[in-house]
Design a protein around this ligand. Structure first.
Ligand SMILES: NC(=O)C1=CN([C@@H]2O[C@H](COP(=O)(O)OP(=O)(O)OC[C@H]3O[C@@H](n4cnc5c(N)ncnc54)[C@H](O)[C@@H]3O)[C@@H](O)[C@H]2O)C=CC1
Ligand SMILES: O=C([O-])CC(=O)C(=O)O
Length: 345
């Protein structure tokens, strides 16, 4: 789980007119054409995420879709002299064009939290938005990898799975809840407390993406550090409350957008690398899973040419983590069931 985007940008030069990528000092190699669609591209996450995807040399076509304001965002981003061709699509009548041919669809469409709200409070509005977008995906790009950012992720991913099942297009290997921001936060907070270089830190985060369902496994963090039980508990709480920390600091102006765009770009890059056959691409994600008795669960996932190649187990847990795992299950189960019920009513 390295910072692959930054690495790509540093180590590669690329041409906007050909699909060749030249590693400085090494032979030229070709990369396949890949279309990425961002749904909700004009929003707080959508705009910086579109920028970051424009910087990604693995993308050849970037489709920016929203219900408003995408022409401006697309015109702006399109002037950046990188490989991908950019097009903006606005309104439902252009959704088909935005989606057709997509390899990866990233969904940050929907309303964000305000102080005092839980992610589940967004369900009533976002569930319908996600359902509509997934119906379109099942029609126009049923083979795309779907990166679900819209909250509550613990419910929106099950909604997507039900929509795809109903359409006969469900492939559990291709549906991902994006939990990368939890990993990004866990790494940052751990590095600060353990006083180790942040770029070297790895911390798996499992479970789901809301409050106590976010379970960072600091017992598996590397590089190892001698943190006290109290310090580990505080780091766990801060990771679980990271979203709320930003919501409160923004004081009514939304939730995490910039760090989320970064995290979303890391995860989409991992999906593209997997599709392109790069070996050993592993990220945490909320996917259909048999790691626990719950039908969906976030854990480390190996990405490959068809999406999920392997779901990795949890590994050894500390007593504190075992307790956290049992505590999160009822809430996560209820959120999953709420999504499934909504999609089928
Ligand atoms: N998975 C995660 O870790 C995180 C998830 N989020 C979630 O991401 C979502 C978006 O957050 P922000 O970008 O801050 O919100 P925002 O309100 O700034 O942007 C949302 C965008 O979605 C668009 N939209 C609404 N309905 C749409 C539809 N039917 N089709 C296409 N676009 C549509 C809006 O026009 C707007 O441009 C929220 O649900 C938020 O909770 C936020 C941070 C982290
Ligand atoms: O907290 C929120 O509402 C947005 C989010 O999911 C996060 O920042 O992790």
């Amino acid at each position: 789980m390295r910072n692959s985007i930054v690495r790509s940008i540093k180590s590669l030069t690329y041409s906007s007119s050909s699909h060749l990528i030249r590693r400085r000092g090494f032979a030229t190699e070709s990369v396949p054409d890949r279309k990425v669609a961002v749904l909700g591209a004009a929003g707080g996450i959508g705009q910086p995420l579109s920028l970051l995807m424009k910087l990604n040399p693995l993308v050849s076509t970037l489709a920016l879709y929203d219900i408003a304001n995408t022409p401006g965002v697309a015109a702006d981003v399109s002037h950046i002299n990188t490989r991908s061709e950019v097009a903006g699509y606005v309104g439902e009548e252009q959704l088909r064009q935005a989606l057709e041919g997509s390899d990866v669809v990233i969904i940050p469409a929907g309303v964000p939290r305000k102080p005092g709200m839980t992610r589940d409070d967004l369900f009533n509005i976002n569930a319908g938005i996600v359902k509509g977008l997934c119906e379109a995906i099942s029609k126009y790009c049923p083979n795309a990898l779907v990166n679900m950012i819209s909250n509550p992720v613990n419910s929106t991913v099950p909604i997507a799975s039900e929509v795809f099942k109903r359409a006969g297009t469900y492939d559990e290997k291709k549906l991902f809840g994006v939990t990368t921001l939890d990993v990004v936060r866990a790494k940052t907070f751990y590095a600060g407390k353990a006083k180790v270089p942040v770029a070297e830190v790895n911390v798996p985060v499992v479970g789901g993406h809301a409050g106590i369902t976010i379970l960072p496994l600091f017992s598996q963090a590397t590089p190892k550090a001698n943190l006290s039980e109290e310090e580990i508990k505080a780091l766990t709480r801060r990771t679980q409350d990271g979203g709320t920390e930003v919501v409160e600091a923004k004081a009514g102006k939304g939730s995490a957008t910039l760090s989320m765009a970064y995290a979303g770009a890391i995860f989409a890059d991992a999906c593209l690398k997997g599709l392109n056959g790069v070996p050993d691409v592993v990220e945490c994600s909320f996917v259909q899973s048999s790691v626990t008795e719950l039908p969906f669960f976030a854990s480390k996932v190996r990405l490959g040419k068809n999406g999920v190649e392997e779901i990795l187990g949890l590994g050894p847990l500390s007593d504190f983590e075992k307790e956290g795992l049992e505590k999160l299950k009822p809430e996560l189960k209820a959120s999953i069931e709420k999504g499934i019920k909504f999609a089928n009513q």
